[in-house]
Design a binder for this molecule. Structure first.
Ligand SMILES: *[C@@H]1O[C@H](CO)[C@@H](O)[C@H](O)[C@H]1NC(C)=O
Ligand SMILES: *[C@@H]1O[C@H](CO)[C@@H](O)[C@H](O)[C@H]1NC(C)=O
Ligand SMILES: *[C@@H]1O[C@H](CO)[C@@H](O)[C@H](O)[C@H]1NC(C)=O
Ligand SMILES: [Zn+2]
Length: 357
């Protein structure tokens, strides 16, 4: 009894430490946004949805800017690092506004960001449910867009499309916010693998329009910031089809010419270490698949990749889920800093690409 109690206590301490060290709660994210909106005259907040409350961040400094960029974070709540990279990007933009890169971004772009697209479930993750991928209705919101939508219900892999396209309040909020903003570039940020993807996710067909320019941008960023990232058509890189995703919705339905999905972290190394003390066949299979991160393409059948799928909540412990999707506190700064620079580079490179027209 005593031992069990001690184990339980120390486990919950581990969880608490994992979360509280660097990561923000939803309340802290909101407080930080409020504080940014007070400090930065060009940053304002609005509500993309009241229930659940989803905030939009609007950045608009230059009346003569040419481009609009939209970045979506936190669709999958267990991928905590996604919103963390977003709040870091915003802090950098606000407090380092004299940095030449940020100057150029603020001169050329109006931006809209959603930092926390799945706030009700994220709060559960903050409470320790580190494997939670779906929203409050058990739906994967990145399968709920009206873009080649298919009804999917796969409990083991945690992929549930919902009963209809846009059945979920979170996807309706993103849809309306994205449509009204009408950006030139759309990016959704995830974790669970390392990659930078273009449409399509629903089929293995490459994007018909603007693919070369999209690839120019991704090759540039991956060379500088993520050499082990898979780069290319989402479904091909992951070896898996994902109907009803935002990256296809932005590209095919809203005709946004640059539409990307980034996968910014994968924790295979931690998992492998944990595996040594366990024998669990599905984990062993998972580790085998994770071993080479380069040139995996089709042969790396990434069933557990976050953007498309990850291994089931029945297999991973909560702690393992945290480590699979999120860097620990010692790596946190490195990831948020580097991905902030990658987002900046993406925007600056788009300006260059468009000038070459
Ligand atoms: C957003 O909604 C919250 C809660 O309803 C409200 O307090 C806040 O004023 C709203 N913000 C804006 C900018 O309308
Ligand atoms: C993983 O993908 C392969 C090939 O698509 C498939 O045969 C297999 O059933 C998948 N495994 C799981 C657990 O979904
Ligand atoms: C990544 O971040 C670290 C820590 O902030 C920094 O030292 C390093 O230069 C960054 N890497 C790149 C490619 O910017
Ligand atoms: Zn994801």
């Amino acid at each position: 009894m005593k031992i069990a109690l001690i184990v339980t206590l120390s486990l919950s301490l581990v969880f608490a430490t994992k979360f509280s060290s660097k990561y923000h709660t939803t309340a802290e994210l909101n407080e930080e946004l409020e504080s940014l909106s007070r400090s930065c005259s060009f940053l304002s907040l609005s509500n993309a949805s009241d229930s659940p409350q989803i905030k939009e961040v609007n950045i608009n400094r230059n009346q003569n800017k040419k481009y609009r960029a939209y970045i979506l974070f936190g669709e999958h709540p267990r991928e905590l690092i996604s919103p963390e990279s977003g709040i870091h990007f915003l802090n950098d933009l606000c407090y380092e506004k004299t940095d030449p890169k940020n100057q150029q971004i603020l001169d050329n772009f109006e931006l809209r960001l959603i930092l926390n697209a799945n706030p009700l479930s994220r709060q559960k993750v903050e409470g320790g449910e580190y494997c939670l991928r779906e929203n409050e209705n058990g739906v994967d919101i990145n399968r709920n867009y009206d873009a080649h939508w298919e009804k999917v219900q796969d409990d083991v892999r945690q992929v549930t499309s919902g009963p209809n396209p846009f059945s979920e309040p979170e996807t309706r909020a993103v849809r309306d916010s994205l449509k009204s903003f009408n950006p030139h570039i759309f990016l959704t940020v995830h974790s669970g693998t390392l990659g930078m993807f273009t449409p399509h996710a629903y089929s293995t067909d490459a994007a018909e329009q603007n693919e070369e320019k999209m690839m120019d941008i991704l090759n540039d960023i991956s060379g500088k910031y993520c050499p082990s990232c898979d780069v290319g058509v989402a479904s091909q890189a992951i070896g898996y089809l994902a109907p009803g995703s935002c990256v296809d919705y932005a590209y095919d339905e809203l005709k946004i010419r640059y539409s990307f999905a980034f996968e910014i972290y994968h924790g295979s190394i931690n998992l492998e270490e944990q595996l040594k003390s366990r024998s669990h066949s599905s984990f062993l299979q998972l580790t085998g698949q994770q071993q080479s991160t380069k040139n995996r393409k089709f042969e790396h059948n990434n069933n557990h990749s976050c953007f498309l799928q990850t291994s089931s909540k029945y297999e991973m412990s909560k702690e393992e889920c945290f480590d699979y999707f999120n860097p620990d506190s010692s790596q946190y700064d490195w990831y948020v800093q580097n991905w902030t620079e990658a987002y900046q580079e993406m925007l600056l490179k788009l300006v260059q690409e468009e000038k070459q027209q």
